[in-house]
Design a protein around this ligand. Structure first.
Ligand SMILES: Cc1cc2nc3c(=O)[nH]c(=O)nc-3n(C[C@H](O)[C@H](O)[C@H](O)COP(=O)(O)O)c2cc1C
Length: 188
């Protein structure tokens, strides 16, 4: 196990959370994931629509998503890239998808999606505080009709916010951010 998480204050969890690409094989227990989802739903949410749904994926659905993605990669980049992708996706221990309610009201749609993104970050931080890393992906496969169907949805029935891989990190990448003064616009 890595020496992780490094500390337990909220500042440490926010600062040290990283998108994790490489996981140890063991899948984190379901109760830890449920605990993180319980925290995720405390995200701010205008009109309290609670537009989020967390789809917990079992082995069969994961296999089908990995196969679908492999086929997309084969079409775009050929057999070698497809085989590498298949191997990589087969090694990811934990999978969930976050979807957002769809509405005809454009303002509510935007607010609901924003609330789901807040929930996604809550999820990432809650998991990180338990020693679990996550990767948020919006890759091409998540935008296919077949992906929605594998979640038991009609295409377009809900907005796919992201596919989230999770597990215990095998390594933690370095990250950089701009200087604070470069992201502030101070006005009189
Ligand atoms: C909305 C959203 C979509 C993302 N989609 C992808 C993706 O499709 N593929 C990917 O490799 N990373 C994806 N990421 C992860 C970002 O690349 C990652 O957060 C970024 O590199 C910053 O690294 P950090 O999370 O460790 O700070 C996504 C992140 C967000 C917030």
């Amino acid at each position: 196990m890595l020496d992780f998480p490094p500390n337990s204050t909220i500042s440490d969890v926010i600062r040290h959370r990283r998108t994790i690409e490489n996981f140890q094989p063991e899948c984190p227990p379901r109760d830890v994931i449920l605990r993180a989802i319980e925290l995720a739903r405390w995200a701010p949410n205008h009109k309290h629509t609670e537009p989020w749904r967390f789809h917990l994926l079992g082995d069969q659905t994961v296999r089908e998503i990995a196969r679908l993605n492999t086929e997309l990669v084969r079409e775009a980049k050929g057999d070698t890239a497809a085989a590498a992708k298949q191997q990589r996706w087969s090694s990811v221990p934990g999978w969930l998808v976050l979807t957002c309610e769809v509405t005809d009201d454009p303002i509510r749609s935007e607010e609901d999606y924003a609330a789901c993104c807040c929930a996604a970050q809550n999820l990432a931080l809650a998991l990180w505080a338990e020693g679990i890393g996550m990767k948020w992906s919006t890759g091409a496969v998540t935008r296919t009709d077949e992906f929605a169907r594998l979640l038991g949805l009609e295409p377009g029935e809900r907005r796919i916010v992201g596919l989230f891989w999770y597990g215990y990190p095998a390594s933690i990448p370095e990250a950089r951010r701009k200087e604070v003064e470069d992201i502030i616009n101070e006005r009189p």
